[in-house]
Design a protein around this ligand. Sequence first.
Ligand SMILES: Nc1ncnc2c1ncn2[C@@H]1O[C@H](COP(=O)(O)OP(=O)(O)OP(=O)(O)O)[C@@H](O)[C@H]1O
Ligand SMILES: [Mg+2]
Length: 429
Amino acid sequence: MSEKLSAPVTIASLEVENVKRIKAVQFAPAATGLTVLGGGNNQGKTSVLDAIAWALGGERFRPDGAARDGALAPPHLRVQLSNGLVVERRGKNSALTVTDPTGRRGGQQILNEFVEQLALDLPRFMESSDREKADILLRIIGVGDQLHMLDAQIKSLYDKRTAVGQIADQKKAHADSLEEYPDAPAELVSAADLIRRQQDILARNAENQRLRGERDRLRDRACRLKERMDALQEQLRELHDSYLETMQELEIAEHQADGLQEEPTAALEAALSDVEETNRKVRANLEKSRAADDADAYRRQYDEMTARLTNLRQRRTDLLNGANLPLAGLGVEDGRLTYNGHTWRDMSGSEQLRVATAIVRRLNPRCGFVLLDKLEQMDLQTLAEFGVWLREQGLQAIATRVSTGGECQIIIEDGQVQTKPAQWQKGVF
Ligand SMILES: Nc1ncnc2c1ncn2[C@@H]1O[C@H](COP(=O)(O)OP(=O)(O)OP(=O)(O)O)[C@@H](O)[C@H]1O
Ligand SMILES: [Mg+2]
């Protein structure tokens, strides 16, 4: 089969007879941009789209009640494509034939190469979950693996940081709750040292006592000798030397005893009795300062993690910004598709249509058309902008809208194209 490989395939013209609500409809949609099928309710607008989907999408798109009630002839579909293929369904079984410009025949397989199923069934994309939509987008722009990796890193680091932050807060609260004694010494007091000093003083005092006792003994002895001198006048001479010697010793002893002074132990005793209390305070201060250090360490770890998170998030943003997005403003947050930062549910109806169209268009670049039902959610201004955007994209859209206004290129009434609609305004879209 010869077909132009590069240009996206669009619908050149179509004929539908006796499908669902359609009696006979025939038109050639605009090559790019919007072709709006207007009309009142139940006139057969959606039936036209259903017929196109059945013609190009295969048996799974066959409507439940494909043949029009009361029709004398079976359904007939004929779609001429921009690549020259002619697709037809006709006969009792609505058998498919695909014919190329040289007259050669083929089947559904040829159509599947350039017909994107979601382009025939946009609601299927629109009704898919947020996660499925995001996955489709990531598949299209080819950064899914990297993004998943960054998301996993961000989630893991975020969870770890949350845990560290909680610990840091708890540690800080604990440190704040501990008692502090600004008047306590910085280091623990040694009881042994105090006791040793006390013992030294006691030893010196004992020596003093001993010297004082010696003085007293010598006084007694001098006294006794004097008495004996008196009593033993005759022994005076012999005793005189001894007396003088004793007196000399006495003089030294007196001298030594005179300079003696008592050292007080009261301060040390007080310190000794305070040692437990003081040390309790010192320990309390040390514990508080350790707890504060601990809390600070966790806070620093938290801050460092915040910096890494910011970096990861920036890389994630850069990754998406650097990707070739089907529509500016598209993104993926927490595994969900977003447009200008809003999730699918928060997008307006017209934004949803535009996003869906842009994404589906990229799924198979060879598919140059998309079917859009219920375009009444777009106001006229949005509709006009959408038409311009479609043309810029080189995309053909066949849409339906409950309206008979000038924005509709074709009016469907009672299963047929209304001839010469009064509101026809050629070239508006
Ligand atoms: N096989 C059939 N033969 C005849 N009428 C059918 C058949 N199948 C569905 N219908 C009728 O066609 C009408 C719906 O057609 P369709 O969905 O094309 O209308 P519509 O113009 O899109 O309407 P709306 O504006 O409400 O979406 C319904 O009234 C339905 O009962
Ligand atoms: Mg409809």
